[in-house]
Design a protein around this ligand. Structure first.
Ligand code: HEC
Length: 122
């Protein structure tokens, strides 16, 4: 009798632990991970869509456009002086402030979000 009870307890504990592990894995995959993977996608897009031809990401020095290191830690966007918000960066991509080419036709909304997540991580 005692042995069976012990076995049940072991099984219950094991099931509980496995469930907790699975729940954490799911939370990581669906809650924490999107921002990370968006930023990763964004870093690929930054090169493949040509942003890197005009912008440094590891400095604030001007290449063709302003360096974007620490962009989201600033109060204002470097050229336009617009407040640093996701909406204003999206606006820069769609209808740029001055000389930057528009990416309205070259990026989907999701790709813009991915680039913004990447810029936030710089
Ligand atoms: C051909 C060069 C060029 C390319 C390509 C380019 N930019 Fe720019 N970027 C500029 C210039 C020049 C500015 C300065 C503001 C302006 O002229 O609109 C700028 C400004 C910016 C700013 C700051 C805006 C502000 O209001 O100060 C951000 C953010 C930005 N670019 C992001 C990007 C991203 C993301 C990409 C890729 C999707 C990209 N740029 C591609 C030239 C470029």
């Amino acid at each position: 009798m005692r042995k069976t009870k012990l076995k049940h307890t072991t099984i219950t504990v094991t099931i509980t632990l496995v469930s907790v592990a699975v729940i954490f894995a799911l939370i990581r995959a669906f809650v924490i991970h999107p921002a990370d993977s968006f930023a990763e996608e964004g870093s690929v897009l930054f090169v493949s869509k040509g942003c890197s031809q005009c912008h440094f990401v590891d400095s604030m020095e001007t290449k063709v456009g302003p360096g974007l290191e620490g962009l989201f830690k600033q109060e204002k966007l470097p050229m336009s002086g617009w407040k640093v918000t996701e909406e204003n960066v999206r606006m820069q991509l769609e209808t740029p402030f001055k000389d930057m080419p528009s990416f309205a036709d070259r990026l989907t909304r999701e790709q813009m979000t991915q680039l913004i997540e990447y810029l936030k991580a710089l």
